[in-house]
Design a protein around this ligand. Structure first.
Ligand SMILES: *[C@@H]1O[C@H](CO)[C@@H](O)[C@H](O)[C@H]1NC(C)=O
Ligand SMILES: *[C@@H]1O[C@H](CO)[C@@H](O)[C@H](O)[C@H]1NC(C)=O
Ligand SMILES: *[C@@H]1O[C@H](CO)[C@@H](O)[C@H](O)[C@H]1NC(C)=O
Length: 303
C-alpha cells in the first residue's frame, strides 16, 4: 500500500517537470490546417486590459459543461498568460500559457503556487483548438471543462470570475522561469457563466431611445465619472422598458467600465443641461435630484 502511494506521487512529479514534452507545439499546430474549424459563435466578449489589446470572448456549452475561450492578442511578442484565481492574485492561480522558448512556441495548462512559482500541470485540461495570426491580432482558441477535478485548477462557477492576464516580452527557456511579478499583468472581473436562456423576442411595436454622451474628451487620468443630462422628447407617453444595452463608440470598449442611467425626480421642473465630470464643483446642484436608477450596465455584460 505504502509503496504504491509513493510511486504514484513520484510519477506525477516527474510528469510535471517534463514541461516541453507535456505542452503542445504551437508551430506544428499552425502549420497543420488539416482540420478547419467551423466558425464558433462567441456570444460573450470582454476587453481585458484598458487599451483593449487583449480581448477574451467565450461561449458556454451547458450540454458538455465546458467553455470555449478565444483570446485575441493585438501584438503578440513572446507569449501570453491567462489565468483565474480567487481574488485576482498572481499566486495560487490556474493558468494557461502560450510561451516562446526562442525557437519554438508552447501551449500548456499551468498553475502558480503561494509563492508565485509557475509549473506545468500534470493534468492538461485546456485543450488548444486553434492558434492563428489574423489581421486584427493573434487568436488562440481553446476549451476547458467548468470543473476539471484537478485541485490546482479553478472551478468555474456562477458569479464573478477574476481573470488575470500577462504578456511575455522576452523568450522563456522553460515555463518554470516565468515570474508573473516581472511581466506586465492585470486583472479583469467577468461573469463567465450566464443563464442558458434563449434570446427573448421583443414586441413588434418596440422603439429604441439612445442615451449617449457625445464628444467626450477622455481626461488623462485613471478614472473619470462623466455625467450627462438628456431630456426625453416632449409629451412622451408612458412606456415600458423591455430591454437595455450599451452604446459605445467602436474602439472605446476597453475604456468604458460601467454605465448607469438615472431618472430625475419629477419634483424639479427644469433640469439644467450638463455634460462634464460628475466630480466637478461647477456641476449644477439640481442634478442631485437625478438619483433613481433605471438601468445599469457593466463591462462584459453585452451580448
Ligand atoms: C514543433 O513543430 C515544428 C514545425 O512543425 C517542428 O519543426 C519542430 O521540430 C516541433 N518541435 C517539437 C519539440 O516537436
Ligand atoms: C456555442 O458554441 C456551440 C458549439 O459550436 C454552438 O452550437 C452554440 O450555438 C454556441 N452558443 C451560442 C449561444 O452562440
Ligand atoms: C519574482 O520576482 C519578484 C520581484 O522581482 C521577486 O521578489 C520574487 O521572489 C520572484 N519570485 C519567484 C518565485 O522567483
Amino acid at each position: 500500500m505504502y509503496f504504491t502511494a509513493l510511486a504514484a506521487l513520484m510519477v506525477i512529479l516527474v510528469a510535471s517537470y517534463q514541461a516541453p514534452t507535456n505542452a503542445i507545439n504551437v508551430s506544428s499546430l499552425k502549420s497543420n490546417p488539416s482540420s478547419p474549424l467551423p466558425p464558433l459563435p462567441m456570444p460573450f466578449r470582454v476587453p481585458l486590459d484598458p487599451r483593449g489589446e487583449l480581448q477574451l470572448s467565450w461561449n458556454i456549452s451547458y450540454a458538455n459543461l465546458e467553455i470555449y475561450m478565444e483570446l485575441r492578442v493585438a501584438k503578440l511578442r513572446y507569449g501570453v498568460v491567462l489565468g483565474m484565481s480567487d481574488r485576482g492574485e498572481l499566486t495560487n492561480a490556474d493558468l494557461v500559457v502560450l510561451w516562446d522558448s526562442g525557437t519554438k512556441s508552447y501551449f500548456g495548462d499551468a498553475w502558480s503556487d503561494s509563492e508565485g512559482h509557475v509549473s506545468l500541470d500534470s493534468q492538461q485540461d485546456y485543450e488548444l483548438l486553434e492558434a492563428k495570426q489574423k489581421p486584427d491580432g493573434f487568436h488562440l482558441l481553446f476549451k476547458r471543462p467548468f470543473s476539471t477535478c484537478d485541485p490546482r485548477d479553478y472551478l468555474i462557477e456562477e458569479g464573478t470570475v477574476h481573470i488575470i492576464y500577462g504578456l511575455l516580452d522576452q523568450p522563456l527557456a522553460s515555463l518554470e522561469q516565468l515570474n508573473l511579478s516581472r511581466i506586465h499583468t492585470g486583472v479583469q472581473r467577468v461573469l463567465m457563466l450566464r443563464p442558458d436562456m434563449p434570446y427573448p423576442t421583443l414586441p413588434p411595436d418596440v422603439r429604441t431611445l439612445d442615451v449617449v454622451a457625445p464628444n467626450v474628451i477622455i481626461p488623462n487620468q485613471e478614472t473619470t465619472y462623466w455625467c450627462f443630462i438628456q431630456k426625453l422628447p416632449e409629451n412622451m407617453p408612458k412606456n415600458h422598458i423591455v430591454m437595455y444595452e450599451s452604446v459605445i463608440t467602436p474602439g472605446n470598449e476597453a475604456i468604458v467600465h460601467h454605465i448607469e442611467v438615472f431618472e430625475c425626480s419629477p419634483d424639479i421642473r427644469e433640469v439644467p443641461d450638463y455634460s462634464g465630470s460628475c466630480d466637478d464643483k461647477m456641476k449644477p446642484g439640481k442634478l442631485n435630484f437625478c438619483r433613481h436608477v433605471l438601468a445599469a450596465w457593466a463591462m462584459g455584460a453585452e451580448v
